[in-house]
Design a protein around this ligand. Structure first.
Ligand code: NDP
Length: 281
């Protein structure tokens, strides 16, 4: 059989269409949905991400506010801000940009966000719901990954899915969402032995590690779907975790970096904000 090069999953275009739909829907609303984004500390990447998120909100007509707190902010001060925003009528969605400084208990801070305003689904109650198969509020990146799989018409039921990375924000919730859709899921991490042997059996590989070229062509089964979440800077260029150039000759589908999962994360943030608004108003 002749080898077919992989089809590229155009996350940028899929996200553009989603944004367009959201823009139309928001324009028809009486009141504007509102998002509050909180940054604690001086992480430069956080500032870029929150800047991008707010700019996209503006484009689709979602009201947004940004709260920049200094590194030395106490846990109580942060909790106080969250409690205040929980009560504010014009705010329907609250985002606490991670990472936050180590002296603040992350779980406590995320779980202080009211369930009905928990736009990222990081409140422990929402994570618990996800474990039970209730996807009332799910994190944006995993939701974007599932949407990409749906868009390309991949049937998830019965597939072998391998998730590389087990963070609370990407790996674990993605694994749960795949499991909720009847995939047979394997989760790999830094202590996993013979990673390549495991990924080679996968119909769907999701890699969220943060190491360029960690998934190579020999680790991928012919025709597999490769979703690359990684964002790495190499020689001033953005690259993912997968060796895109070589894998694309073998895989069935692959996401590029940039232009794959990244734009979907932001589109899902808008969608989740709108969802929180609709449930509240
Ligand atoms: P974390 O650093 O929180 O998690 C990385 C995971 O990778 C950990 O579970 C770690 O294992 C695992 N890991 C590390 N080394 C290896 C290895 N050699 N083999 C297998 N697994 C390994 O990262 P995030 O989940 O927050 O992010 C992952 C990547 O995705 C980053 O590049 C980040 O920038 C990007 N990202 C992109 C987004 C987007 O919208 N496109 C959104 C969020 C993140 P262990 O648990 O054992 O330490």
């Amino acid at each position: 059989m002749m080898k077919m090069p992989a089809k590229i999953i155009d996350g940028k275009e899929i996200a553009r269409k989603i944004r367009e739909e959201i823009k139309k829907e928001v324009a028809a609303l009486e009141k504007k949905p509102g998002l509050a984004a909180i940054i604690v500390g001086d992480n430069p990447a956080s500032k870029v991400y929150v800047g991008m998120k707010r700019k996209t909100c503006e484009e689709v007509g979602i009201y947004s506010e940004e709260f920049k707190l200094p590194e030395e902010t106490s846990e109580e001060e942060l909790l106080e801000l969250v409690r205040k925003l929980n009560k504010e009528d014009k705010i329907h969605a609250i985002l606490l940009q991670l990472p936050i400084p180590k002296h603040i208990n992350e779980e406590k801070a995320l779980s202080a966000i009211a369930l009905e305003k928990d736009v990222d689904g990081f409140n422990s109650v929402n994570i618990g719901k996800l474990v039970r198969g209730n996807e009332a509020s799910v994190p944006c990146t995993p939701k974007g990954i599932i949407r990409l799989l749906e868009e390309i018409g991949i049937e998830i039921t019965g597939k072998n899915a391998v998730v590389v990375g087990r963070s609370n924000i990407v790996g674990k919730p993605t694994a749960l969402m795949l499991l909720n859709r009847n995939a047979t899921v394997t989760v790999c991490h830094s202590k996993t032995k013979y990673l390549g042997e495991i990924t080679k059996k996968a119909d769907i590989i999701v890699v969220a590690v943060g190491k360029p070229n960690m998934i190579t062509e020999s680790m991928v089964k012919e025709g597999a779907v490769v979703i690359d979440v990684g964002i790495n800077k190499v020689d001033g260029k953005l690259v993912g975790d997968a060796d895109f150039e070589n894998i694309k000759e073998k895989a069935g589908w692959i996401t590029p970096v940039p232009g794959g999962v990244g734009p979907m994360t932001i589109a899902m943030l808008l969608e989740n904000t709108l969802q929180r608004y609709k449930e509240a108003e």
